[in-house]
Structure formats: C-alpha cells, structure tokens
Design a protein around this ligand. Structure first.
Ligand code: SF4
Ligand code: SF4
Length: 439
C-alpha cells in the first residue's frame, strides 16, 4: 500500500517503520476472517485491514479523532491477523506506532485517564499490588462480583526445590522472570515451575532488581515507562548471561515472554542498551519451549512418581488431576495469543504435554476456534469489559463442547479470565505437570 508520510513524520523512526509495514499490505482482507473484534462487531474499522487504513490516514497527516482512538483501543493486540496475513504484515508493530501517534493527538476523557493511570501505577508496583491482592484474597468471599472476578482464590504455592539455590555446583541455571502481577495472584505457578525445572536438573532464581516486563505500561500509553522497565531488566539479567552463569531467561507467562522478546527491537535506537537488549531477547525461552528437549526426562520423572504412588497405593487418576479429586481424563489446552501469535509458538506446549498426559491416563481434547483470543488481553478485560466478556463466553462455549475435566493455559491473564466464566478448573499447564510429578 503506497503511503505518503506527513512532513512531520518523514525521517522519524516511527514514520519510516510505519511506511515500510504499510507497503507490505495489499488490502486483500484475509486477516479479517480471524480477527476477533471483526467477528463480533462486523465493522470494517474493527478489523485489521480497517485499522491499518486508519493508521495510514494518520501517518499521512489526517488528524485523528476520538473515533479513530476507539477503533484502535478495541484491538486486542492478539496478532491473530499476523498469523493469517499471507504478506507478512507486522501488524503488532504498526498498531503500537498508530496508538502512540493517536494518543499524542487525542486527549482521553478524564475517567479513562484515571483508570489507565491507576492500572499502570498499581499493577506494576509489587510493594503495592502484593499486599492489596493478599487482602483481596482474604476477603474474597464478601467482595462484589465485579471485583471478585479480578481476585483469584489463593492456592498454596508449596516449597521451592533445594536446587533453586544459585551456585549449587553443577546444575544448569536459569533466571525466571520476577514479574509484577503473577507472583501476587498465583505464586503457585512460579513454585511449580521451579519444581518441574528441578526435576530435569535445572536450578532457578530471580535476578535481583528484575521486575515487571513493561508490557502493562507499553499497552497503556506509557512507552517511556515501558522502556525503563526493559532497561532495568536488561541491567539485572545481562551480567549473568555474559558470564554464562545462567543459560536462559525462562518465562512462564506468555504475555511477558512476548514483551521481553521485543526488547532488542524496542531498544534498538539506544546505543547504551541496543546490543545487550538484543542478547537478552535472544536468551528468552517460553517455559514450554525450554522444556521441549527435556520431554523424555519428564516422562521418566513421571514414571518414577507414578511408581512411587502405586507403592503407596494412592489412586493415580485423582492424584494426577490435582485439582478436582475426580479422575482426570479430558484436558483442554487454551493457547494464549501471546504464545501462538506473538511468540509464534503455536503447538509447542501441546506437543510437550500430549505424551505426558497420555502417560498419566488422560488425553488432550481439541476444540473449535482455538486460534481466537479469549478476551483477556492484558488490561483489555478492564478497559473493554463488554467485548472481553463476549469473547470469553464464546471461547468457553467452544471448550465446553469437548467436556474437559480441566482447562490448561500458559498465561496468568487468560487463566484468571477464563476461570471467571466456568466451574471447570483452569490452571497453568505447569501446575498440572508439577502435580503429576509429585511423588
Ligand atoms: S491479510 Fe495482510 S495484506 Fe491482506 S489486508 Fe490483512 S494485513 Fe493487509
Ligand atoms: S491484533 Fe487481533 S484484534 Fe487486533 S486487528 Fe489483529 S486480529 Fe484483530
């Protein structure tokens, strides 16, 4: 698509990047078929092609309006359109640029500014969010429904394995992202990750000073704040990577993984950070990606746990369920968009889990529209609650047809969001695996 950049954008990084991306779009519209908001609303301006057109108008100098902003806001940034696009249009990068340019020219109403500011300032500060979440979980039973939906029940995290300690000799070592929201909402996910990694001889630690990946600020009109988060994490991780004291940054929340894999791109123009950020991004592994070569060792660990349980005469099926106390036979895996479209790791976790589930006497059940977003999308469920709930209910209706005993996923946002709409337990897949590996 030919684009004539407005004079004020010529020679700028955003202008040149937008022009290059727009050039690739041939306006074929294939992407509309897999866009969740277009599926729901049927409005071209709520499709990738329509949004691309809106952004083209902005970079060509047309003044954006609140309506332009609304159509960009309604985008989930799920990047399903990227997966579908035959021309390889980098829509995710284009929408980031479009939002930056529109938000700089269209002031939001006060109420929106307040909500966005609160989300930015509370979710990303552990010292604030952790105690608030603990209090919320303690009084969850009496919270109003709307608030209760944002506060998951607290589950025991269990002990971290001994091999976690750094410098413990010969073990392989990785850093785990010390994120903002997940450790407070579901600390069981990180401890389960540490135990599963220990089962294959890998020690885990958090790098001091590391923290929020920056995705929340990045998606809430605060690109400078997001870059500060990225720089802090690069500073925290790089020395150990350079000394080969750790082999990877393992991330068990696919939204954060997608963000950290972008550090190299986001900091490319910062001479003090560009090279180190690139190295950090190249060292990031989604947990499923990291464990894929270890599938045989996980199978052996599972056999050992099963044999120890059978000696103790513990019923295998209920133990493997770990959540319901009834036999676990049918398991659905919901692949987050940030995993399948953002990190392009569609099928990786499924391939890892399938033999392990079979070994545990269960099976993964397929369901329709697994490529579509569940509506969680970071803070989207707060900012666009109606669309978000419709997408969640559509996702759960598709999953329910397969009658799963357990729904697994790979992102804290999807897990919490889906759980709010179903009585079927929804867990991170590593929690299931950890339960199955426990002797
Ligand atoms: S599928 Fe790709 S090339 Fe076609 S309209 Fe969508 S973004 Fe443009
Ligand atoms: S990122 Fe998702 S919601 Fe946004 S245009 Fe692409 S497919 Fe549609």
């Amino acid at each position: 698509m030919e684009t004539h950049l407005a004079e004020w954008l010529q020679g700028t990084r955003d202008g040149e990047a937008a022009e290059a991306i727009l050039r690739g779009c041939v306006h074929c519209g294939f992407c509309t078929a897999t866009c969740p908001t277009y599926q729901l609303l049927g409005d071209e301006l709520d499709s990738p092609r329509g949004r691309i057109y809106l952004i083209k108008q902005v970079v060509e100098g047309l003044k954006p309006t609140a309506t332009t902003q609304l159509h960009l806001d309604r985008c989930l940034t799920c990047r399903n359109c990227e997966t579908t696009c035959p021309s390889g249009v980098e829509y995710g990068r284009l929408i980031d640029i479009g939002r930056r340019l529109v938000d700089a020219q269209v002031e939001r109403p006060v109420a929106q500014r307040v909500v966005r500011g609160l989300l930015q300032e509370t979710l990303t500060r552990r010292w604030l969010f952790d105690p608030a979440m603990r209090i919320g979980q303690a009084v969850r039973m009496v919270l109003p429904d709307g608030l209760k939906a944002k506060v998951p029940e607290r589950r025991s995290a269990g002990a971290w394995p001994r091999v976690v300690a750094r410098g413990d000799g010969n073990s392989r070592q990785v850093f785990l992202l010390n994120g903002c929201v997940q450790p407070a909402m579901m600390p069981s996910i990180d401890s389960a990750t540490a135990r599963v990694l220990a089962a294959v001889g890998v020690g885990v630690s958090y790098a001091q000073e590391s923290g929020c990946c920056g995705a929340i600020r990045h998606h809430l009109d605060d690109p400078a704040g997001a870059l500060e988060d990225a720089r802090r994490n690069v500073d925290a991780w790089f020395p150990a990577l350079e000394m080969q004291a750790v082999e990877a940054i393992v991330i068990n929340t696919s939204g954060c993984g997608a963000m950290v894999k972008e550090y190299g791109h986001l900091l490319a123009d910062d001479p003090a950070y560009a090279d180190r950020a690139k190295r950090v991004s190249a060292s990031v592994r989604d947990l499923g990606e990291f464990l894929t070569p270890e599938v045989d060792r996980l199978g052996a660990a599972l056999r050992a746990a099963q044999s120890s349980r059978s000696e103790a005469k513990e019923p295998e099926a209920s133990r493997a369920a770990g959540t319901t106390g009834r036999a676990l036979q049918r398991v659905a895996f919901h692949p987050p968009c940030t995993l399948q479209h953002g990190q392009k790791l569609g099928g990786v976790v499924e391939a890892l889990l399938e033999p392990l589930l079979r070994q545990a006497g269960a099976q993964r059940v397929p369901f329709a529209e697994s490529h579509l977003c569940c509506g969680s999308a970071g803070t989207y469920s707060v900012l666009q609650p109606e669309l978000s709930t419709r997408l969640r209910d559509r996702k759960l209706a598709n999953i329910d047809i397969s009658r799963p005993d357990l729904i697994l996923s790979a992102n804290i946002g999807c897990i919490t969001h889906l759980q709010n709409g179903t009585v079927t337990p929804v867990r991170h897949w590593v929690e299931w695996l950890d339960g199955a590996l426990s002797p």
